[in-house]
Design a protein around this ligand. Structure first.
Ligand code: ADP
Length: 172
């Protein structure tokens, strides 16, 4: 069985992430969406919330959503995964992702990294953009799936979108 892992913060999950998930699951028999729990990185949504949102948006027995902290290369070995899946939006994503791919390969020689190019319509889309737009009361319906739109809107309206500074910035 071919197992792939798609890691990320998913804070919150967007249509860009879901596009990568639906394409990656065609390449593997089983896809593990690994939601990173990193206490150092402040997220707007808790790990449980991020996992629940993905589970609500994705209904496929071949997709598993898990919380993950630690070394991805070790987790991949434990789960017998052969590849990490990454989405690439722009050249600016590439340098860091390339470095990570080489590091993970060194740590776990059985592990490859599969880069999927973003679909053109999601090239601009990131979780932080969704949070910025929502924080100003903007319409995020083109960025997240309809099934979880209201949940995301409600949670973000109760919270500041920028967990690091608490500031509203960017689109103002
Ligand atoms: P971000 O905050 O950048 O959206 P994540 O850590 O949640 O970051 O992203 C997880 C993975 O999904 C990364 O490989 C990232 O490049 C990819 N990704 C995020 N948004 C998109 C998108 N719009 N199109 C393609 N890939 C994406």
């Amino acid at each position: 069985m071919k197992i792939g892992i798609y890691p990320g913060s998913f804070d919150p999950v967007t249509l860009g992430h879901l596009d990568i998930i639906s394409r990656a699951v065609k390449v593997f028999d089983h896809l593990i969406v690994a939601v990173m729990v990193n206490p150092q990185k402040h997220c707007s949504f808790t790990a449980e919330e991020r996992i629940t949102l993905i589970r609500e948006a994705v209904q496929d027995d071949n997709i598993e959503v898990v919380a993950f902290d630690g070394l991805l290369a070790d987790y991949a070995k434990m789960r017998q995964a052969t590849a990490i899946v990454k989405g690439l939006r722009a050249l600016s994503d590439f340098e860091y992702e390339f470095q990570m791919a080489l590091t993970n390969k060194k740590l776990n020689p059985m592990l490859d990294t599969l880069f999927l190019a973003t679909s053109a319509e999601y090239m601009f889309l990131s979780s932080s953009m969704v949070k910025q737009v929502a924080s100003f009361g903007g319409d995020i319906s083109a960025f997240v799936p309809p099934s979880i739109l209201q949940e995301i809107q409600e949670r973000l309206s109760r919270r500041s979108f920028d967990g690091n500074t608490g500031n509203r910035r960017g689109l103002s």
